[in-house]
Design a protein. Structure first.
Length: 465
């Protein structure tokens, strides 16, 4: 079902694997269930570690933004106007100043950072927060993919003394997200969005796009160079070495719940989730195989191995008495646990355990003494296998196209395009696909597929979420 009806597969897995409860009575808002939340939290700790290793510090700003601040940068509010939820009353009293539920936090953070930054010595400043934001999306909402309450919005904001430094920061942000998506084995391509699709208020936007099993692309991270577009209206100034003043140069970059959607969609298979050891709530599940006459010895042995492995790994031992081993296998496979250890009387006699790999569905016998060594190697193997399979499927969905008639709607099409808005828009109208933007890592001489002008720019177009 995953291959021929992805949408149905996705909705079913979100529910069956207990990622979200989708029955909340407000459109685009969902409930994180304990299992889903643990996956999400493990993913968040990976990005936090990477950000902190790159000198970012965590902050936490308020959810409510006064109207006058939200309106300060004109392009920004123009872009978000239609998506803002407003708080207009406190109890039954009308508020003097309307308060927006943050759709993103530039206009909450920048007036305060203007008070923090005084001199070049305070720069660069790199901060981030993980918060919920609200966007009144009018396109079709979908769990984790298009939300009205984005519950896992990781936004970073950086402040610099020159344009060159801000450009360097864009490069660093690209490296940060590469490390992050590599760790999650999520394939990506990096595209510079066309001007008409950049972040409201940015000079330009660089996006990471992945490809879902149905061939549609999903924007999973964006990096925006803001230049001085916000620092001027918010008056974020610093004193330079020579005593003169300048406004800071800024970048911001973000990811969302879409990362969780991607690990589910990209690695999952017909039997359910397939989780990487790094993000799985449990890395190993132990299922004792119990027969009446050997129950005691099997349970003792299983508990011993459980205690031993718990020192190094996240382990769950499934002791439910009202379920058969078969139904436990099915259940944990659906939940995507990377390894299952089966322990039965025969294994004990032979001094081995049986290890089942969720990703390849192989069963292996392992000597009791060497389980840990084996697991470490297996975790690496699982990661490498999932990563290379994901990249292979990703690359199969990218085609190089030289003529308008050859464009394929179920793939990402790489084409020469001169870069003029008019050619891009013409293409979108004609194909019904979206121009993802210029490939930042690829060039090839040819002529614009629309106006035939010579160019070496490669653009990507595809159907997208
Ligand atoms: C910024 N400001 O806001 P961005 N549901 C799920 N994920 C979403 C949704 C949605 N409705 N809308 C966007 N995203 C900047 C950068 C602070 C941080 C995800 O940028 O508007 C997309 O993956 O581009 C997007 O790349 C990311 O949030 C950041 O949103």
């Amino acid at each position: 079902m995953k291959d021929n009806n992805f949408s149905e597969w996705y909705n079913e897995i979100i529910e069956k694997a207990e990622i979200l409860d989708v029955r909340y009575p407000v459109k685009g808002l969902y409930i994180w269930l304990p299992y889903g939340l643990r996956i999400r939290n493990n993913i968040i700790s990976i990005i936090k570690q990477i950000l902190e290793a790159h000198g970012h510090e965590e902050v936490l700003f308020p959810l409510l933004i006064p109207e006058n601040l939200l309106r300060k940068e004109s392009e920004h509010i123009k872009g978000f106007e239609e998506q803002v939820y407003w708080v207009t009353k406190g109890g039954d009293k009308e508020l003097n100043v309307k308060l927006a539920l943050r759709p993103t936090s530039e206009t909450a953070i920048y007036p305060i950072v203007a008070l923090w930054i005084k001199s070049h010595k305070d720069l660069p400043l790199k901060i981030y927060q993980v918060v919920n934001v609200f966007r009144y999306e009018t396109k079709h909402t979908r769990p984790l993919i298009r939300l009205r309450e984005i519950t896992t919005f990781k936004e970073a904001h950086t402040f610099h003394k020159s344009m060159e430094e801000a450009e360097e920061q864009v490069k660093e942000a690209i490296e940060i997200y590469k490390k992050f998506f590599d760790k999650l084995a999520i394939p990506y391509m990096i595209n510079r969005r066309p001007d008409w699709d950049k972040f409201p208020g940015a000079l330009y936007t660089i996006a990471f796009d992945t490809i879902f099993p149905d061939g549609r692309t999903l924007q999973i991270a964006t990096i925006h160079n803001l230049g001085q577009n916000f620092s001027k209206p918010f008056d974020i100034k610093f004193e330079k070495i020579d005593g003169s003043f300048d406004h800071v140069y800024q970048t911001c970059y973000g990811i969302s719940d879409r990362v969780v959607a991607s690990v589910i969609a990209i690695h999952g298979d017909k039997d359910g989730l397939v989780l990487l050891p790094d993000i799985s709530p449990y890395q190993i599940v132990i299922v004792p195989i119990i027969y009446k006459d050997s129950k005691k010895i099997v349970l003792e042995n299983s508990m011993e191995i459980y205690k031993r492995l718990s020192k190094k790994y996240r382990v769950y031992i499934d002791l439910r008495e009202d379920e058969t081993p078969g139904s436990k296998f099915y259940y944990w496979e659906m939940k995507g646990i990377p390894l299952r250890i089966e322990i039965g009387p025969k294994d004990i006699k032979e001094n081995v355990v049986t290890i089942f790999r969720r990703d390849t569905k192989e069963r292996l016998k392992v000597e009791n003494d060497s389980i840990e060594k084996f697991i470490n190697d297996l975790f690496n193997d699982i990661y490498n296998n999932l990563r290379s399979k994901a990249w292979k499927r990703f690359e199969e969905k990218i085609v190089r196209i030289y003529s308008l008639n050859d464009i394929k709607s179920g793939c990402v099409n790489e084409i020469n395009l001169c870069g003029k808005d008019s050619c891009g828009k013409y293409l979108e109208d004609k194909t019904g696909l979206r121009v993802l933007g210029e490939a930042i890592d690829k060039k090839e001489h040819g002529s614009c597929i629309v106006c035939k002008e010579l160019t070496d720019k490669i653009y990507r177009i595809a159907k997208s979420y």
